[in-house]
Design a protein around this ligand. Sequence first.
Ligand code: FAD
Length: 386
Amino acid sequence: LPYADGDFYAFESLLSEAERTRLRDVRDWLAKEVRPIAVDCWNRAEFPMEIIPKLAQLDMVSPVRRQGYSNLFAGLMHAEFTRADTSIATFMGVHDGLFTGSIEALASKEQQDAWLPDIYAMKKIGAFGLTEPLGGSDVAGGTRTTAQRDGDNWILNGAKRWIGNATFSDWVVIYARDVADNQVKGFLVDTSTPGYTATKIENKISLRTVQNADITLKNLVVSDDFHLKGANSFRDTNKVLKVTRLGVAWQAVGQQLAAFDVARRYAVERYQFGKPLASFQLVQDQLVQILGNAVASMGMMVRLAQMEDAGQAKDEHSALAKAFTTARMRESVALGRGILGGNGIVADYEMAKIFADAEAIYSYEGTHEINSLVTGRAITGLAAFV
Ligand code: FAD
């Protein structure tokens, strides 16, 4: 069927020929390696460690900075990852966007030369430790983890919550408040260092395959060589978040395309009253609402990718994208879930997983409300959240 891929306005045609070919290869790879295992991993709440060497072979870490692809390619690729499975997309979003992004944006040249080759090759897997049990939305003011300078070392103490990949990652970037100047600084911590403990957060109803951890840091010693030389205030941390928020908005696109895929297929195949569900006017309207939401989200992201390429995207641009696309996503996955009727609440039919995973996307990397308020500040000149 035409339009079955959901790219109704052919946004992919804006990519170069080489990018289109690469995107097609990645899509085929995801259909073969990720989608078939996704529901089972989600049900068992286990991360498929065997996927890591395969992802390393796919060689997709740092597509823009290292490999020279456009931001549109990087965004569409992340949407495709999400369309195949939101958990695997989030694993990559943490390793590539948050962790690698921190090193690329905030480490010195010498530090980058020493660390990035293993990170790009996925020989070292990373995590991003910013959120704390008492510091979520107010993470700038709420960072209570401390860093105390001690000769050539720093001593870290505190707790982090929700840290993706941290149960098995080799490294984690920890953001901690320097007791001397009260600023939030960044450190690359080897997870085998004494004083580091990570405990898996159990019983999640969303992104069950992703391993999120509560981390405790007890008198953990880290050499000053591992202090990210450009991470010296929350303003620096925010440089990373500005970019990764765009990644999450692309996830909201992928999530809606996944809902469209599953709901459209189901509506065509399932018969009631002697006809396919898709032949009923109300059901067609619901499918069109999902498509409209997905395509509107995509259009916004396509323009934003162009602005990123031109170095014009500001905090408020990412914030509106995250707030808008995730709100549309919530509508789309609810419509999709409804189209599957009772089967829409069983993970085996994929839609229940898509529906539940949307909730994490809605809340992480700045909740919907916080991103709305960042945008509100830009259009009124009044900050409503500080
Ligand atoms: P809270 O800040 O307690 O907010 C609760 C509610 O209050 C929300 O609805 C919020 O919008 C609202 N609220 C708060 N303040 C205001 C206000 N001023 N005005 C209006 N409404 C307000 N963090 C990391 O550092 N690394 C990770 O890898 C990571 N991965 C994550 C993965 C998952 C699955 C999840 C769920 C979270 C992850 N996070 C991670 C943390 C995530 O970024 C936070 O959960 C998020 O920023 C919200 O913080 P909170 O959960 O403490 O909610």
